[in-house]
Design a protein around this ligand. Structure first.
Ligand code: PEP
Ligand code: MG
Length: 848
């Protein structure tokens, strides 16, 4: 008896059922039973028993069936821990045999009895006896179907219900343990040893006398989350037949296109609507309900959470909280932070078809369509004609920034998540796929060749899906962004939960406005070099770089000064007193020089120099390893006049912006530091400039100087390096590059293979490597705080928008993270989740 009790439980309000032992479906059915909904009698079989059945255990199925009384008919459905992990299909009408058939002929009529028996024999033959499905083609009669079964198996169709049930359970248990099923569910996040429970339920016959049939109903639109009754009902049907074929299916609500359940069975319809209300208020969720009418009586067979898009998820959670059904905290916790990306950008409509032409790294979310162009000049020409275009490059260079501005989306053959194209696209909110190495780009011929041999030329329409990392042929159907009231409400609730601040990486007024729109707490990284790529500035910048003498360099920089000053005034005004952290010039100078002949000629013309001299100068500046060469603070030490110009521009802008009465305290950040003396040298110069500007203007102002921790040495020596710093900001892009010795621009080539083979669990440029780089962060933060308790600590690499990395920074007590403006909402929600988890809040258990 004990054995039997352990093998199964009837689902009653008090049965000891758990999701972890019996699966989500069993638990959900118990909740429906507790709500007194008309659920047919059901028995749950736990994972453990199912596992033993797969291995040959002969469970006493006669005892199980006796729970249902004399000669019942039952169905079996899978019940795994997470419904998304799939499982074998339902099997209905178990218990059907010759005797039951004879009985049903009497009560339901011959046609209904035949259909019920035939359906069971066919399902049993295909899924349990593993016979070829085609063998039943063109055999509409029950006798033919039974005959075909006997011919094929050399056995009569099993008549003993207990035997039928045991075989059904065994086949479902074995299907779950098969390799294909296991790989499929593991791909959806299931652990290797995920268990399967089964639920055995008394059949509610959807075939028979009176109004009988089956259907599925839900009360919100799965794409938008707005209230809307959707689903189908079909008379004289079972299972989900109403959804499979339109023929004969009824609409649920009144519809000009045809008859509806609401008109034909108003009482059952009203009962269903009431059931939706009960689920919403008591299960605190929007449910999709599977139901059957048996001679007019309603049975609720099953209910699952409405499968939903992210935008529907946000609306549902917010509306439940607004109705007081769940708390605001729970609404915040119900939304996966990274799902918000789907709301902030257009998305490929999941209901459409996709013709994939390339696959790479999903570098910047959202989707856009346009005509293919292969150069920045062509992108700009396209924009001038008001034509949407998609820019395709092997990889982008700094001078491509104008082409990127002009394009609707970007695709590169090379690169990883922190390569130039990826960083810029995220900043601009442009959909972007990088590292699409399965296509061949023939720039000279202006064609793309796909790996299945298709050739696409300039002007052909494509769609870039930066959320999935795919390029698709043609202009596909899109869903517009959903930055609506529900989105804003959720973010406001997240912000109210407190926790670490979230700033934005913003270089331009447009970025700063986006940052404000998404509620950033300030600018955490302004990459000033991005301000130099406008045509007029680029020429002056090149003059600076070409100057041999300091005096010539200063003369060129004089021209840049007012432009930079205006940039900063703009940022300060838009940010209205919120902190603005400006990083001094960082990249290797040669990035500003042309790379091809026509560029060199144009530059020679602009600077009025012979081509040979320009070429020679470019050669002398070239480095074997520029990312480890003359860049960052090293430029500041060797050419102090560059940083001096920038410091002056910042301070003069501070005075200017301060005239409106708002207090501006600029933050100045030094990149790529590896030694304390570097900070001292720059600090002395910046202090001197500040003193000079105070003197010249008679205005008083304050500023903060900080250090970017981007080299392992800076992290290890954060104590002395941080001695002169009001703040430290971890630049985890370079820090990851240098900790692994892994080029951030080239790693995309092999990252896929490395992750696939388990060398790295994830791309470390995308998800912070907590063990290695993370340890450097902890060491750096601790040593800096020991030296200077009040030092402000933050992270401003691309990881600043990654939820797992954010949780790490939160628990390490960082003051803020900074990420591209379009990721601010994601980061904000991730911070709220971290804060709630820290307070041990979770809402796993429903209260029913
Ligand atoms: C970094 O290295 O993490 C960083 C923020 O700077 P950049 O990406 O501009 O090198
Ligand atoms: Mg860096």
């Amino acid at each position: 008896m004990d054995q039997e009790l352990a093998d199964f439980h009837e689902i009653t309000p008090t049965a000891p059922l758990t999701v972890g032992e019996h699966g989500g479906r069993a638990k959900c059915l118990q909740r429906l039973v507790r709500l007194d909904l008309p659920v047919p009698q059901t028995v749950a079989i736990p994972f453990e028993t199912v596992h033993r059945i797969a291995a040959g255990y002969r469970m006493d199925t006669g005892a199980l069936l006796s729970v249902f009384g004399k000669s019942p008919m039952v169905s079996v459905r899978p019940s795994s821990e997470d419904p998304d992990w799939g499982g074998p299909g339902a099997i209905l009408n178990i218990g059907m045999n010759d005797a039951k058939h004879a009985q049903l002929v009497e009560t339901q009529g011959k046609e209904a009895a035949d259909r019920l028996y035939r359906r069971f024999v066919q399902t049993f033959a295909i899924h349990v006896a593993r016979l070829d499905p085609d063998m039943f083609d063109g055999q509409p009669d029950l006798a033919d179907v039974l005959h075909a079964y006997e011919e094929e198996t050399d056995e009569t169709f099993p008549q003993d219900p207990a035997q039928q049930l045991l075989q059904v359970l065994r086949s479902m248990a074995r299907a779950w343990e098969g390799t294909t099923a296991r790989l499929l569910r593991q791909a959806k996040g299931a652990p290797a040893d995920a268990g399967l429970g089964l639920v055995v339920q008394r059949m509610a016959l959807g075939i028979g006398g009176g109004e009988s049939g089956s259907g599925v109903i839900q009360f919100v639109n799965a794409t938008t989350g707005k209230p809307q009754i959707t689903g189908r009902y079909m008379s004289q049907s079972q299972g989900r037949a109403a959804l499979d074929g339109d023929q004969g299916a009824l609409f649920l609500t009144r519809d000009p296109r045809g008859p509806s359940l609401e008109e034909q069975c108003p009482e059952a319809f009203a009962e269903l609507v009431n059931c939706g209300d009960i689920c919403r208020t008591r299960l605190r969720e929007e449910m999709q309900v599977e139901f059957t009418l048996e001679a007019g009586k309603l049975h609720i067979l099953d209910a699952v959470r409405v499968p939903r898009t992210a935008r529907a998820g946000v609306r549902i959670a917010v509306k439940l909280a607004e109705a007081g059904i769940i708390s605001r905290e729970e609404a915040v916790l119900r939304i996966e932070p990274r799902a918000l990306a789907e709301l902030m950008h257009s998305q490929v409509d999941p209901r459409g078809t996709r013709d994939r032409i390339a696959h790479g790294i999903a570098a910047s979310p959202g989707a856009a369509s346009g005509k293919l162009v292969f150069s920045s000049a062509a992108a700009q020409a396209s924009a001038a004609r008001d034509e949407a275009c998609v820019l395709v490059r092997r990889e982008t260079q700094p001078e491509d920034i104008r082409g990127m501005h002009a394009a609707k989306a970007v695709l590169t053959v090379r690169g990883g998540v922190t390569s130039h194209a990826a960083v810029i696209a995220r900043g601009l909110g442009l959909p972007c796929v990088v590292g699409a190495s399965d296509i061949t780009l023939k720039s000279r011929d202006k064609v793309l060749v796909t790996n299945d041999g298709r050739t696409l030329k300039e002007g052909d329409f494509v769609t870039i899906d930066g959320s999935s990392g795919e390029a698709l042929l043609g202009a596909v159907e899109m869903l517009p962004p959903a930055v609506d009231d529900c989105f804003s409400a959720l973010l406001q609730w997240a912000e109210n939960l407190g926790g670490m601040k979230v700033r934005a990486n913003a270089d331009t007024p447009a970025d700063a406005r986006t940052a404000r729109r998404f509620g950033a707490d300030g600018i955490g990284l302004c990459r000033t070099e991005h301000m130099f790529f406008e045509v007029d500035r680029l020429t002056v910048m090149r003059e600076t770089i070409f100057a041999d003498e300091e005096t010539d360099r200063r003369a060129a920089l004089e021209q840049l000064l007012p432009m930079q000053r205006d940039d900063f005034v703009g940022l300060f005004e838009i940010m209205e007193g919120l902190p603005v952290c400006i990083r001094l010039f960082d990249p290797p100078l040669h990035e500003f020089l042309p790379h091809d002949r026509s560029g060199i000629r144009a530059m020679a013309e602009a600077l009025d120099l012979p081509i040979s001299q320009v070429t020679r100068r470019i050669e002398t500046m070239s480095e074997f390893n520029p990312m480890l060469g003359m860049r960052g603070v090293r430029l500041g030490v060797l050419f102090p006049e560059i940083y001096e110009m920038q410091a002056r521009a910042i301070f003069e802008a501070t005075v200017e912006a301060g005239k409106s009465g708002r207090l501006v305290v600029p933050e100045i950040m030094i990149p790529l530091v590896s030694a304390m003396r570097e900070v001292e040298l720059v600090k002395n110069n910046v202090d001197a400039i500040a003193a000079a500007v105070r003197n010249e203007t008679g205005a008083e102002f304050d500023y903060k100087l900080g250090v970017m921790v981007e080299t392992p040495r800076a992290a290890l020596r954060a104590g002395d390096i941080g001695h002169h710093a009001a703040f430290l900001s971890f630049g985890t892009n370079d820090l990851t590059q240098m900790t692994y010795g892994l080029s951030r621009d080239d790693a995309g080539r092999f990252m896929g293979a490395y992750v696939q083979q388990g060398v790295y669990p994830e791309d470390p440029f995308h998800t912070l490597d907590l063990d290695g780089v993370g340890e450097l962060l902890l060491i750096g933060a601790q040593r800096a705080r020991e030296e200077r308790k009040e030092v402000v600590i933050s992270l401003c690499g691309e990881h600043g928008g990654n939820p797992e990395s954010i949780e790490f920074c939160h628990s390490a007590g960082f003051d803020y993270v900074s990420c591209s403006p379009f990721r601010v909402p994601i980061a904000r929600l991730a911070v709220a989740h971290a804060a709630l988890r820290e307070a041990h809040m979770s809402f796993d258990e429903l209260d029913e």
